[in-house]
Write a protein that binds this ligand. Structure first.
Ligand SMILES: *Cc1c(COP(=O)(O)O)cnc(C)c1O
Length: 424
């Protein structure tokens, strides 16, 4: 079998989803509905949809309507499923659609999810503002603390939800340890009542980390970020055991949130094939930029998994590896501007404003994992759904800055950062 980076370019090469043996680049479809040759074939299509495991064995799947299943999106699902090493994959319109699907499919009214306290702001908002309206509650804990995790899990817990590395602090959680903490709980439960571990793999990407091989049951991810890589499409993916396929597809059929085929095609043609080389370049820059930041007197702390000073280095070295086994510390840096809380907050705003007004190669914007280097202040922007106290518990400093390295020359990025830091 070809190496993993080669397979991200060629995929399976042939697909039972569609006859495109003579296309060098996979075709893209723009039909929302599909002609059904007979009432029998139409009926069989709905039967197959309700039994996707059996249907997956068929060489000629029956397509009905885009919200149920779609050939271009299906090819992307195959590619990401293989890259994550999972049994099935279901694509969604964006990361949040995939994340909400994972929580709704595993949850029930009256149940709870136990979540690590540091996470993407909208996921936190979903769990704290929306899920309770439907009788689903979330408990935020330090999941690296075995006692705290066990104390939060009860008979109503259906899922443990984690981000590793966490947005924005880069904290890495030991998935094998969390799995073993839950082993006793799960040993007392039937196969249908197992507490499942859901991991958001957006930061690392399937090139940098495969959570399913480390102890997770379900991976969710935003393809919008480094998998897409060019900042032109929103997308999301769930990769799960086969037993969840019917639920995730049924959920997408009835709640919506489908990925447009054109976006799937961009992820497949531009995003995934270039992911390893983009990440390699971004990581080279991240190494130089984090070393520069660490040496700067106006910077109090730098968090990048490739630094010797990284607090979760041992876990990172084990979990953040590419399919060839090489350490893959990633393209995201989090750092804190020096000073007491008020001073640090004020300086952070000045750094970011200086960049917004003067920098050429660093852009003030949310999102991450693009060709362009992006900077933002999580406390003021992406994580503002968390109040000051919750931010502090989550390790988000008022003077914290998140940097997503792009493909520019590292020296240009450093020059822009130096200019801003020297004047703050
Ligand atoms: C951006 C992001 C999401 C949400 O993804 P969208 O595609 O914007 O919906 C979820 N988790 C993490 C870690 C993210 O960075």
């Amino acid at each position: 079998m070809a190496r993993a980076d080669t397979r991200l370019i060629h995929g399976k090469h042939r697909t039972e989803k569609w006859d495109y043996d003579h296309h060098v680049i996979p075709p893209i479809t723009a039909s929302t509905a599909f002609r059904l040759d007979s009432a029998d074939r139409g009926q069989q299509g709905f039967v197959d949809f309700a039994n996707p495991k059996a249907a997956a064995r068929a060489m000629n799947p029956i397509y009905i309507y885009d919200r149920l299943d779609e050939p271009t999106v299906g090819m992307l699902e195959d590619l990401v499923r293989e890259a994550e090493g999972g049994e099935c994959a279901v694509a969604f319109a964006c990361g949040m659609a995939a994340i909400s699907a994972s929580l709704m499919v595993t949850g029930r009214a009256g149940s709870n999810v136990v979540a690590h306290r540091t996470m993407y702001g909208c996921t936190f908002s979903l769990m704290s503002n929306w899920m309770p309206r439907f009788g689903l509650s979330a408990r935020f804990v330090d999941a690296s603390d075995r006692g705290a995790l066990l104390a939060a899990v009860d008979e109503k817990t259906r899922a443990v939800y984690l981000e590793t590395p966490a947005n924005p602090t880069m904290e890495c959680l030991d998935l094998a340890a969390i799995r073993s903490t839950l082993a006793d709980v799960n040993a007392r439960r039937g196969p249908k009542d197992q507490v499942v571990v859901i991991v958001d793999n957006t930061f690392a990407t399937p090139w940098g980390q495969r959570p399913l091989s480390l102890g997770a049951d379900i991976v969710v991810a935003s393809l919008t970020k480094n998998v897409g890589g060019f900042g032109i499409d929103l997308g999301g993916m769930v990769v799960a055991p086969e037993r969840f396929l019917k639920s995730f597809r049924g959920y997408r059929k009835d709640f919506g949130g489908v990925l447009p085929p054109h976006s799937a095609w961009n992820f497949m043609v531009y995003g995934l094939p270039t992911l390893p080389i983009r990440l390699a370049r971004q990581m080279e820059s991240a190494a130089k930029v984090s070393a520069f930041l660490e040496a700067h007197p106006r910077v109090a702390r730098v968090s990048w998994p490739g630094l010797e000073s990284f607090p979760w280095k041992e876990v990172a070295k084990r979990q953040l590896v590419d399919p060839e086994g090489r350490f893959c510390p990633g393209s995201m840096i989090y750092f804190e501007v020096a000073g007491d809380l008020d001073e640090s907050r004020a300086r952070c705003a000045r750094v970011v404003d200086h960049i917004a007004e003067n920098a050429y190669s660093v852009t003030l914007a949310v999102s991450l994992g693009m060709t362009k280097t992006l900077i933002e202040a999580p406390g003021l922007m992406t994580h503002s759904a968390l109040d000051a106290c919750t931010q502090s518990v989550a390790g988000i400093h008022p003077g914290g800055i998140r940097l997503s390295l792009g493909l520019e020359a590292a020296d240009d990025v450093i020059a822009d950062l130096a200019a801003a830091l020297d004047r703050c």
